[in-house]
Structures are given as structure tokens and as C-alpha cells.
Design a protein around this ligand. Structure first.
Ligand code: ADP
Length: 246
């Protein structure tokens, strides 16, 4: 439908004859958070790679924002449409301040050199301040990124993605290695972001998925095994047998 943010329809991809994604259909609405769970090898990473154009499917459609077929576009074009991806490990500029990391992210399309010698406009400053508030880092704005905790680096990277103003944010296991309080704060942060943007989170940590409180899709063998609330999914007998029961 036209008001759908992301629509995977009958998507399949094989690697050397092995079907990593098998007739997968998934819908993400605007301003909706979706958690993707499932055992190792279920196809979670491959699904993210297909959405971002890193992997091209053999069959199926990937419609973004109601109209654009992502399977026809390359990675850069897809990113420019407003799809941001956060990989598991934080990649921030350690030897720059938190503030400058954000300033660089705002300027990213113009390249690193434009970035190094620029002074932020008032408008940029307001935007950077707003994003740093969102990601709980305003009080650390003058700190070198290297001095942040692991969790704070993850938040900074989420902030850098927000600077690109994505409509859809893809997040891969954000809380791996975080403290309990950072994990709790990350769930809150992602819930706040999903008030205005679509968010897809791939996650192993079930207590974190519970804190997200979002709709859940459980993948197995490249297809949807179950979907619904976490309670519904975790009561599904097939899920219990094949995933949660081990
Ligand atoms: P998950 O992220 O859920 O653990 P993946 O998407 O990484 O699952 O992998 C799904 C399946 O596809 C696995 O069996 C994996 O070995 C296989 N696979 C993923 N990428 C490749 C690749 N580039 N070449 C061959 N096999 C791959």
C-alpha cells in the first residue's frame, strides 16, 4: 500500500544454491518499530543487506515509502532515499569531539574536507543540540568520542544517523556489550525515535526486545516463522520448539 514504509514481498535469495531468504514478506509501517528475532542463520543479516542494496534478491519486491522498488537501486541511492543502517560495532571518529562527530554527519554528503574546515550555522547548531539531547549526549558534547563508554558511542552513532534524517532506521543488535542501565536507556531512545520514524531492530537479547515493546517477527530458514507481540510469538509452539526451547 502507498502509506507503507517498507514492504518486502516474496523475496528470495540463494548463495551457491542455498536459500538464505525464502519467499520472505514483511511490512513496516511509518513510525513503527519492528523487532526481528530468530536463530543464527535465520537470514536476519541477509534481510538487512537486501533492504540496503548490499545483496540483490533473486526474486521478489522491496518497496520503500510506498513507491520505490529498492531492488533496482544501488547502496548509495538507497541510503540517499532515507534509509540509515547501524551495524553492531560503533564507528565514530574517536579523535573528534562528540559535537564534531555530529557536525560531520550533518555535512556527510559534502565530504570530509568540507567538514573539517566548516563552522556550524545557527541552524546546524540547533539541529546538533536537538540530536545530542535525543541521544543523551548533550552533557558530553565537548568530550572526545574516544572517552565515551561503549553504550554512549552507540548512541552517538545513532545520532549521526539521525543527522541524515532517515525515514527508516535499521539497527543491528544495538545493546550487545552495554550495561543494564544503558540497555534500558537504549530501549527508551529507540521508542522515542520510532514516534516519528520507522525502526527495524535485529536483536538476540529477549529482555531488550521486551523493553522495546514493539511488534516482533521471528525468522527461521529465511521466512517468517511467527509474528505479533513478543508474548504471542514466544507462545507459538513452533517458535518454542525451534528457537526459544533450546
Ligand atoms: P542471521 O543474521 O540470522 O544469523 P544470515 O543472514 O547471516 O543469518 O545468514 C543466513 C544464511 O545464509 C546462513 O546459513 C549463512 O551461512 C548464509 N549466508 C549469508 N551470507 C552468505 C554469503 N555471502 N555466502 C554464502 N552464504 C551466506
Amino acid at each position: 500500500a502507498l502509506d507503507t514504509m517498507l514492504y518486502l514481498d516474496g523475496v528470495s535469495v540463494s548463495f551457491d544454491g542455498f536459500k538464505a531468504i525464502n519467499n520472505l514478506s514483511i511490512i513496516v509501517q511509518p513510525a513503527e518499530m519492528l523487532a526481528i528475532i530468530g536463530p543464527n542463520g535465520a537470514g536476519k543479516t541477509t534481510m538487512m543487506d537486501i533492504i540496503t542494496g548490499k545483496t540483490r534478491p533473486d526474486a521478489g519486491e522491496v518497496m520503500f515509502d510506498g513507491r520505490t522498488d529498492l531492488t533496482k537501486l544501488d547502496e548509495a541511492a538507497i541510503a540517499n532515499l532515507g534509509i540509515g543502517r547501524k551495524f553492531q560495532k560503533p564507528t565514530v571518529f574517536e579523535s573528534h569531539t562528540v559535537w564534531d562527530n555530529l557536525a560531520m554527519a550533518l555535512r556527510k554528503p559534502r565530504g570530509i574536507f568540507a567538514t573539517l574546515f566548516y563552522s556550524a550555522s545557527n541552524e546546524d547548531e540547533a539541529r546538533i543540540t536537538e540530536i545530542l539531547e535525543t541521544v543523551r549526549l548533550l552533557h558530553r558534547k565537548d568530550e572526545f568520542a574516544a572517552n565515551l563508554s561503549h553504550g554512549q558511542k552507540q548512541w552517538l552513532e545513532i545520532g549521526m544517523l539521525l543527522a541524515q534524517d532517515p525515514k527508516l532506521l535499521l539497527v543491528d543488535e544495538p545493546v550487545a556489550g552495554m550495561t543494564d542501565s544503558e540497555t534500558e536507556e537504549t530501549a527508551k531512545l529507540l521508542r522515542e525515535i520510532s514516534v516519528t520514524r520507522s525502526v527495524v531492530v535485529v536483536e538476540h537479547d529477549m529482555s531488550f526486545v521486551r523493553e522495546l515493546g514493539s511488534r516482533v517477527v521471528c525468522l527461521a530458514e529465511g521466512s517468517v516463522l511467527a509474528e505479533g507481540s513478543l508474548d504471542q510469538v514466544s507462545k507459538n509452539p513452533v517458535v518454542i520448539e525451534r528457537y526459544l526451547g533450546r
